[in-house]
Design a protein around this ligand. Structure first.
Ligand SMILES: Cc1ncc(COP(=O)(O)O)c(C=O)c1O
Length: 479
């Protein structure tokens, strides 16, 4: 078994003085990069904490915390009595992409997860006032609380897709809705058409079912080309299902117009393909409202929504809308794992939906401002990048002058900036010339982040190693 001496590892780690605090996180990052680029080979036993602390003139607690972080993130494993060993995190289909710790001093531009607006605690106060009416009952509502299903149905009707409460299943967020839909309409070995790039956790949900992915390239610069590809793929492969985001697609921000929806719905109908339409960003239009939901253009499709991006991810409230008979099948699938959703959260969701119009106006105003700041800062500090201004959603899908997004992720981490590399959003290793940047943080944080990003971009050349940092690790969530 190979061992790294404390002195050797300390030499490789170098001076942490210039790295962003906290010190333990900086040390963990340095060791992670050494493991990633092979200077500390996999399986190497790392020095005893006390020895490394002495060699680096750090406290033992700092080294203990750094090793703990490495273990949590999958970059080290501990064997009882034998020590700590360098490791690689689980592969993309084994680790979940979910946001990491919030208090580690890093700026997170990997995840598009807004903090809760003031309406959330107010909604919970209202929910607690309502709760006593429900306490004499058993509390299980497998399809969702009737009053919440009714509100969600009304919202669809208002958007141009007439809907009754029986056509709605309440889920624990959009991802639960997507995976419940996949489990209901797909069997192992069947084909699923996906946009490329797309939302990584949906890909994982599909992979876990053993379905075959059919990626269709979506170029923001040439959105019409995707429609041609999708039509051809639907006609030739006749996939059982298609996972689509016609409303401010994550990550490209693309919006499909009415003519595009009509063409797509026609191609789906001819192929006998059920669309699982992820509308997570649909209400986050920033310029003009989108056309009616894609499901209004063809029968039998499933629409997935959530309160995560218009209110707060911590609510864990989402839904699936479809024909009533399919919703009954979806409900049976969901019950197998969740029984029913939590009553208080669903009551809070009702209150949030009642006040959604005003809250969304304010949310959109803030997002517009943040989109403006992020695009302006990027264009000023990184003029070689292609920086789009999407008409809605929460993210920019930037084009880099050379394929270096993985290298950029590693370089940025040393400045305390967490990024998600382009390849994360694809089915293979492509997209290293892309970087998704959310504009969910306040303007001052975005300005600081872009300054750090510009420094990291200058370093990216130096760190251009295949370090796997674009792959998901257990603590690297994608939302
Ligand atoms: C396109 C898309 N679908 C689903 C989700 C998951 O949403 P939820 O938190 O409601 O499960 C996200 C989160 O970012 C997303 O961007």
């Amino acid at each position: 078994m190979e061992t790294t001496s404390a002195r050797r590892l300390a030499e490789l780690v170098g001076d942490l003085g210039a790295d962003r605090p906290p010190r333990y996180a900086a040390l963990a990052t340095r060791v992670r990069l050494l493991v990633a680029d092979g200077r500390v080979p996999l399986g190497t036993r790392l020095p005893a904490e006390r020895d490394l602390a002495a060699a680096l003139a750090l406290s033992r607690a700092t080294v203990t915390a750094a090793y703990a972080r490495l273990r949590e993130d999958g970059w080290a494993t501990a064997r009882q009595g034998a020590g700590t060993f360098a490791a690689l995190p689980a592969g993309p289909d084994r680790g979940a992409w979910v946001p990491g710790p919030v208090d580690d001093g890093t700026i997170d531009l990997a995840h598009a997860a807004p903090s809760a607006p003031a309406s959330v605690p107010t909604a919970f106060a209202a929910a607690l006032t309502e709760l006593p009416r429900y306490l004499p009952q058993h509390g299980y509502h497998p399809g969702g609380l009737p009053e919440l299903r009714a509100r969600i149905a009304d919202r669809y009707s208002a958007r141009g897709l007439p809907t009754t409460p029986e056509q709605v299943l309440v889920t624990a967020g959009a991802l639960h809705g997507v995976s419940t839909a996949f489990q209901t309409v797909l069997r192992r070995g069947q084909r699923l058409l996906v946009e490329q790039p797309t939302y990584p956790n949906a890909l994982d949900a599909a992979r876990a079912l053993g379905v075959r992915l059919l990626p269709t390239a979506l170029e923001p610069e040439d959105p019409g080309a995707w429609l041609d590809t999708a039509e051809r793929t639907l006609a030739s492969a006749r996939p059982a299902a298609a996972y689509l985001m016609p409303d401010f697609q994550n990550p490209t921000g693309l919006l499909l117009d009415v003519a595009g929806r009509e063409r797509l719905a026609r191609a789906l109908r001819r192929a006998g393909t059920t669309a699982v339409i992820d509308e997570t960003f649909a209400e986050l239009w920033l310029d003009t409202p989108p056309p009616p939901p894609l499901a209004a253009f063809g029968d039998g499709h499933l629409s997935v929504g959530t309160l995560s991006k218009i209110a707060w991810g911590g609510l864990r409230i989402g839904w699936v809308r479809g024909n009533a008979d399919v919703v009954r099948r979806l409900t049976a699938v969901a019950v197998r794992s969740t029984m029913a959703g939590p009553v208080v959260e669903q009551l809070a969701a009702c209150a949030l939906m009642d006040g959604a119009a005003a809250a969304l106006d304010e949310h959109r105003r803030r997002l517009r401002e943040q989109r403006g700041v992020l695009t302006a800062e990027l264009r000023a500090h990184l003029p070689a990048w292609r920086v789009p201004a999407p008409p809605g959603g929460l993210v920019l899908w930037c084009g880099l002058p050379t394929p270096r997004s993985r290298a950029l992720v590693s370089a940025a981490e040393r400045y305390g900036l967490r990024l998600a590399a382009g390849p994360l959003f694809g089915t293979g290793h492509a997209l290293d010339d892309r970087l998704r940047l959310p504009f969910t943080q306040p303007p001052d944080v975005l300005r600081t982040a872009v300054a750090l990003l510009a420094r990291a971009d200058a370093d990216a050349e130096r760190y251009a190693v295949t370090d796997g940092s674009g792959d998901r690790s257990p603590s690297d969530p994608v939302v």
